[in-house]
Design a protein around this ligand. Sequence first.
Ligand code: HEC
Length: 119
Amino acid sequence: MTFPNNLRAGVAIGAIAMFAVTANTAPSRAGDVASGRKIAAAKCQMCHGMDGQAKVPGAPHLSGQVEEYLMMQMKAFRDGVRKNDMMSLVAPTLSENDEADLAAYYAAIEVTIGKVPSE
Ligand code: HEC
């Protein structure tokens, strides 16, 4: 059996559409650390701290984390792709620019690595 050309074209268009959706999720501007700090003070510090060190069991440290990764995870919670009782409530209140600002803020907190086992 051979696949008709229009099916192949459909697959190609689908792939392009998926790419377009991904591209559209990028925030409209670079993250603003000062703005991120304000949002963190209002919405995040009780669990992640202003210093990005977790304050409740089960919450991860965010300080010094890779900026792109922080953005991806906030978006995943907002879209419901990643679910958590706490984060799934907070994430939908954030805009893409809020996420970029928060990612810039937490990523900018300097962390120092101490002893690595077996080194
Ligand atoms: C009530 C507590 C709580 C609040 C408030 C909260 N978080 Fe979280 N956050 C958590 C928990 C718990 C997890 C771990 C979720 C899981 O296990 O999947 C998490 C996970 C995350 C992750 C994923 C980190 C990783 O390593 O994958 C990011 C990013 C994050 N939170 C950012 C934020 C930001 C930014 C705010 C403020 C807008 C916020 N959180 C507010 C509890 C909280």
